[in-house]
Design a protein around this ligand. Sequence first.
Ligand code: C2O
Length: 514
Amino acid sequence: PTVRSYEWTITEQTAAPDGLARPMLLVNGMFPGPLVEANTGDRIVVKVTNNLSKGTSIHWHGMFQNGTNWMDGTVGVTQCPIPPGQSFTYNFTVPNQWGTYWWHAHSQSQYLDGIVGPLIIHSPEEPQLNNYQEDIIMMVSDYYHTDSSSLISWYLSVDSQGTEPVPDNGLINGRNSFDCTLDSQSLFPTGLPCTSNAPKAEFDFKAGTTYRVRIINTGAFADFQFSIDNHTLTVIEADGIDMQPVDVQRLPIHVAQRYSALVHANQTVDNYWVRATMNTNCFNVPNPALNEFVTGIVRYEGASTTDLPKSVDWTASAWAPRCLDLTLDMLKPYFAQPAPDADVQVFITASFQTIRSDHMNLGYINETSWSPLPGNATIFQAQRGVTAFDPSQLIVTLNTTGVVEVVVSNFDEGSHPFHFHGHIFYVLGWGDGAYVPGKTQLELTNPLRRDTSTIPPFGYTVIRFVNDNPGMWAFHCHIDWHMAAGLMIQFESLPQDIKNFQIPPEMAAMCAAT
Ligand code: C2O
């Protein structure tokens, strides 16, 4: 196969994405980090050198890693952190998938500090390939001015009373402006050097051209409604699965989800706002001031290059913000597949419990709050044939190939974007309240398939996946605060095959070093 090689160095350095200069963790000094781009069938080789003073790792979000589970990059599950001063080379092929993905650190909460970037896989099989001329990536994210470890310690302490840190700002492709006078009102005022009115992301449009806009939510916490004033979004892809084209004015996108939308540059030559409206009404402590902040600019060729857009939010009355995904009747896979019958059922509940007298609030799946075993990763235990894992690891073992149905029930007032590593799952249905078999009409003829799906507040989601990919696979809420609070479970798929894994010996050495 064709090899796509990258050499990355991760360093701590000061950067000012929105005008406030803060210490960040950057790959090759870039924010967002470098684009990884390949064709289906290619091999991706990334040599990562860690020049931080702490361990790190890179996860390739959405890659199946079939036969290379140890390249999944998940600290505590498929590897120990790459120690400071050392290098590790990720090396995997991309056999049978294409579309829009991303990569990020999967060590503590480091991706919020800057270790994040896009990952795009092309294929001649893509059904819309001839219906657009250019590709544009638009990453949207919430953004904090304070380093993620301080925010985590606060969130997991008595002080937060279980309330997630409210973002200071939001970014499009790592840029936005910020009113520096607001720093003093932040939960953690930084007092750092700050310049107001930093430039926003700009995108050049040529009248008559059709763009494939790839929207990726690379944030920690917030879901967004994405829109481009006066332009319809024709959604054609969700999380790497081609969709039957569907037109929307605004696109709800939760943390870690991706969509591609065709956008026709069919408007008057002018400048238009790109809006990532943060659904702050979904927070415990809303900050409506943030709603209007997160914008970029589409500039038609020939329009003024200095004027700001005058366009107004054309989606204002389209629908009320809901903190939920596009519905299943809107998102229909282009290549239809019926849901396979389930062989096994797994029931999991997600909740937050204050169990200690110090009021620390932790996330629980069933009765367990996950945290990584220091200096270890469960893949090594599985490879040795361990069957009695530490209960803190919450491992569901799936011994035989077959189809697994997972019913996730959410006993929390927040919505949770759950992601499954190494797999695409079928989303058969979701709704409010308790799941009672028969109550919900499950979509079985051609259900949505994706890798990150939002569980409604006090609701449930029913998914199925084919258990055919040996390894230790994390299944977790992708809201970074919730992952840190323990909202994560692991599936051990096909343990007999894991015993035969040829894990590079330097990976065990990384555990010894941490
Ligand atoms: Cu984006 Cu556990 O991953």
